[in-house]
Design a binder for this molecule. Structure first.
Ligand code: C2E
Ligand code: MG
Ligand code: MG
Ligand code: MG
Length: 284
């Protein structure tokens, strides 16, 4: 089809733009209220050992319990929160909640001591020099500072490939606190191997896009995942396969040497009470 300029449809274009701007403003206003009213809650999704399916950690994922719209997914409001800066407050809230939750489960004997929790960190948060102090404060307030390696921070590949040196220094400070660093959505950004080698990360999270076709007719995904797991092995990193939904994918990932599995095959992200019911240790 011939490419048309926006000027071919000036009225429709204007209308759509205005609608979009208005919708964003509304979401932003609602988000501020949501923070004040504790409508932002955290769900947890298990991450298990590829070898035996035992619980290793869980990813904390934010949700918005909207009074009229129901459960809103982060795909909708996190980009808005990033634009308007509210992600800093939201990020702090998720970090604190996840640390306290893990500490509470451990104290109650509901999860084993080796189990960790990971939290997503946005580019805006990494830009802030105060991030290191916030992480230290969250560890101290929850008591996780005695075992800081149980906290993992998920950063995306694209964010790190374009971040200035100051942000990379911040990663080293975070590592010095003892927390783990994971590279999220790995494979989707244009990582330079030279840079990857210099990043103080522990784990590569292989993006769901490369997991979907595993074990299928097209062998490209198998080859891609094999390359990532062997790279990770050479660099001494763990790998988490994201978005695993089928037994076929799981079997293939075990053959290819992925160390951890996350996906609907084991569980969707669920509220804290459901998580501990399904994955917690029996009360003594
Ligand atoms: P992500 O960090 O890559 O999180 C994994 C996403 O994949 C989650 O979506 C999870 O529900 C979904 N997922 C897991 N297993 C499967 C599967 O087997 N099949 C399918 N189809 N999907 C699966 P969710 O919770 O909607 O989060 C989307 C994104 O929003 C996250 O991607 C992350 O980038 C962002 N996000 C979520 N919570 C936070 C947060 O607290 N802070 C920040 N900055 N971003 C967050
Ligand atoms: Mg993540
Ligand atoms: Mg991911
Ligand atoms: Mg993803």
């Amino acid at each position: 089809a011939a490419k048309r300029s926006a000027a071919d449809h000036p009225i429709r274009f204007d209308h759509t733009m205005r609608e979009r701007v208005r919708e964003r403003a509304r979401v932003e206003q609602d988000l501020r209220t949501a923070l004040d009213n504790d409508e932002l809650i955290v769900h947890y999704q298990p991450i298990v050992a590829a070898a035996d399916g035992t619980l290793r950690s869980m990813e904390a994922l934010v949700r918005w319990e909207h009074p009229t719209r129901g459960l809103v997914s982060p795909g909708v409001f996190v980009p808005v929160a990033e634009d308007c800066g509210l992600i800093l407050e939201i990020g702090r809230h998720v970090l604190d909640t996840a640390c306290r939750q893990l500490a509470a489960w451990r104290a109650a004997g509901q999860v084993a001591d080796h189990v960790g929790v990971t939290v997503n960190v946005s580019a805006r948060q990494l830009e802030q020099p105060g991030l290191v102090d916030e992480v230290a404060a969250a560890l101290a307030a929850s008591g996780l500072d005695r075992t800081p390696s149980r906290l993992g921070l998920e950063l995306t590949e694209s964010m790190l490939m374009h971040s200035p040196e100051a942000a990379l220094d911040r990663l080293c400070e975070l590592r010095a606190l003892g927390v783990r660093l994971l590279l999220d959505d790995f494979g989707t950004g244009a990582s330079s191997l030279a840079r990857l080698r210099r990043l103080p990360v522990d784990t590569l999270k292989i993006d769901r896009a490369f997991i979907t076709g595993l074990g299928g007719e097209d062998r490209d995904d198998d080859a891609f995942v094999a390359a990532i797991t062997s790279l990770a092995g050479a660099l001494g990193l763990d790998t988490v396969a994201e978005g695993v939904e089928t037994e076929i994918q799981l079997a293939r990932l075990q053959q290819l040497g992925a160390t951890r599995i996350q996906g609907f095959l084991f569980s969707r992200p669920v509220p804290a009470n459901e998580f501990v019911r399904d994955w917690g240790l029996a009360a003594p």
